[in-house]
Design a protein around this ligand. Sequence first.
Ligand SMILES: *Cc1c(COP(=O)(O)O)cnc(C)c1O
Length: 358
Amino acid sequence: MTGPQPRACVTQIPAYVAGKPPAPRPDMTTYKLSSNENPFGPLPGVLEAAARAAEQMNRYPDMGSTALYAALSDKLGVATDELALATGSVALIYQLVQAFCEPGDEVVYAWRSFEAYPIGVTAAGARSVQVPVTADGRHDLDAMAAAVTERTRIVLVCTPNNPTGPAVSQRELDDFLAKVPSHVLVVVDEAYVEFVRMSDPVDGVATVRAHDNVVATRTFSKAYGLAGFRVGYAVGPAPLTGALRAVSLPFGVSGVAQAAALASLAAEAQLLERVDSLVAERDRVVRGLAEAGVVVPEAQGNFIWLATGDRTAELAAAADDLGIVVRPFAGDGARVSIGEVEANDRTIELGRTFSFGS
Ligand SMILES: *Cc1c(COP(=O)(O)O)cnc(C)c1O
């Protein structure tokens, strides 16, 4: 014990397992269905805006991200100080815990859910309280409300839930919020909000308006197809978003990312058409799997969940053989993103050919 020692919590941070890219194969096109990425490339205006912004790479970006804050404020009907931009909503999760938790404070969230949650919580020295999802992959909001203690500072509600798929309804969220003490921050992670097609969907912005203790987080990574550029944002009461901005890295969101996000908002109509086609593909995959006898939890994001338990590694290998890479969670199940039409055909093929029963 001679060299510098990191804080004890640092050694306990679980590793983030990124979705694998597919190995190229001479006999077929292979597809990456392991990171919930958007299979569509940039709309033309977006690439050009990003390229123009890249010409300024010798300059620091606009630290205030002024134009992007203004555009989001317009789109969402909130004041700019009710927003906090960050380098993806993963960064927002880190910042939330850093800003609101003392060491040992508790953060309640469903499990299995987004794998960045335990990482962000542990990194800040806070404690995870994981509440198991139901057998059909839903948040157990009653159990989550019951898990709130004196030490709870944050509850994370991931809707739709990554990786299992179901979303909570506004009614369920409202009932839950009525049970949570007002000093507990409730974060509604709406990374997949654009893909939700259900009755009574959550409206994160309206929910934020109705409560002083709710923040909604969204991202340009999924529906908007900008995962590589790292832009996400939180919407919430100004005192809460102000705390998030206070702990953010200066100049985090690059000029290229700001420009691409702005251009994507300007091309929103076409982007949302692409989202509609992904939703249609998702529903086709769910139907195709059901016809093969494989029932998956309600899929409200751009992915489906296969609860393969201790056969998950086997399923991932079978997917590899078909030229698609899925995201296995050892001993639990596999998440399969909705991608190109041919890739989705292979997901259905996987459902037909893998024997889930034994
Ligand atoms: C992908 C995802 C995010 C967003 O990640 P970025 O950091 O914005 O790329 C946030 N929450 C959940 C649940 C996700 O699946």
